[in-house]
Design a protein around this ligand. Structure first.
Ligand code: ZN
Ligand code: ZN
Length: 78
């Protein structure tokens, strides 16, 4: 789950009562962890739905992100 980092932003202040998940169209409840997709304009989704959405719809973008992440210089070994 290394890729679930900065580009999945938790939106804990969102008004969950009036929104449906952009992926499964299910209701949120107060305990749902929700997130938005950085790659497209889809609505907020359950955290697990966002994972599914990104894997299904954004594999190429995701791979690019991961590559960029790994390209960061590591100063620890210098
Ligand atoms: Zn959902
Ligand atoms: Zn998306």
């Amino acid at each position: 789950m290394l890729w679930r980092e900065p580009w999945l932003k938790p939106l804990i202040d969102y008004d969950l009562n009036s929104e449906n998940c952009g992926f499964c169209k299910g209701k949120f409840n107060g305990l749902s962890f929700v997130t938005s997709c950085e790659f497209c304009g889809i609505d907020i989704m359950h955290d697990k739905c966002a994972n599914s959405h990104i894997l299904e719809s954004h594999m190429s973008e995701l791979k690019t992100k991961i590559v960029q992440h790994k390209d960061k210089p590591l100063h620890d070994f210098q």
